[in-house]
Design a protein around this ligand. Structure first.
Ligand code: G3P
Length: 217
């Protein structure tokens, strides 16, 4: 399972890059605005820090403008993945980009049939928004399961990128469902390390060790 950080804050990405756990980064217009920086500048810096896929999203909603924005974003670095919304124009743009060898992340996916269309349009990644489905009282993780079943039925190469992940339980379920990738804020990664029995066990080991007076090395 690949881990992507869902952020455009480069200091945060640098901080986690050394863990070896970060395989890529996803951004969206809201995250770019939150960074307070120009999109081209921040995406270029992220691509320097993380060699894996870095998603940069178009903001145009009309096909030809999406193509122009997406081609511009793709030129920033070889590891840019152009992100398009799951609309008719977005999927048409996805098809064009995929024919040109530009990788595409189709975002704002909320149904298995939308995901089927994205795969047929040549998407590299499909981003089902798990947390936002939960927000309206439905089962976000079921969406991952349904997409997985459909993609497996036909052998689609499109990778399922579980997005809008809010907490470690989402991560657990996404991993059990077989999502190829999960993208999440850094705080979810922090939470995944933690277990009270690890802290308790370590404290006991160190206390016993201290009594022995031994030193290693
Ligand atoms: O990856 C998509 C993400 O940025 C949306 O997350 O928590 O705003 O639904 P959220």
């Amino acid at each position: 399972m690949k881990f992507f950080l869902d952020t455009a804050i480069t200091d945060e990405i640098k901080q986690y890059a050394d863990t070896g756990l970060v395989d890529g980064v996803t951004t969206n217009p809201s995250l770019i605005v939150k960074s307070g920086r120009k999109i081209e500048e921040v995406i270029a810096e992220i691509c320097d820090i993380i060699p894996g896929p870095v998603s940069a999203e178009v903001v145009a909603t009309e096909y030809s403008e999406m193509i122009s924005e997406g081609r511009g974003l793709a030129k920033i670095a070889d590891n840019v993945v152009v992100k398009v919304p799951l609309t008719e124009d977005g999927l048409k743009a996805c098809y064009t980009f995929s024919q040109e060898g530009i990788k595409v992340n189709v975002t704002l996916c909320f149904s298995p049939l939308q995901a089927l269309l994205a795969a047929k349009s040549g998407a590299t990644f499909i981003s089902p928004f798990v947390g936002r489905v939960d927000d309206i009282g439905l089962d976000g993780m079921q969406l991952i399961g349904d997409i997985k079943e459909i993609y497996d039925n036909y052998g689609f190469a499109t990778q399922i990128l579980a997005a809008s992940i809010r907490h470690p339980f989402h991560m657990l379920e996404a991993a059990k469902m077989g999502a190829d990738v999960a993208t999440f804020p850094a705080k979810v990664l922090d939470q995944m390390y933690k277990h009270p029995l690890t802290d308790k066990g370590l404290a006991a080991f160190l206390k016993d060790w201290e009594k022995s007076g031994q030193k290693i090395g």
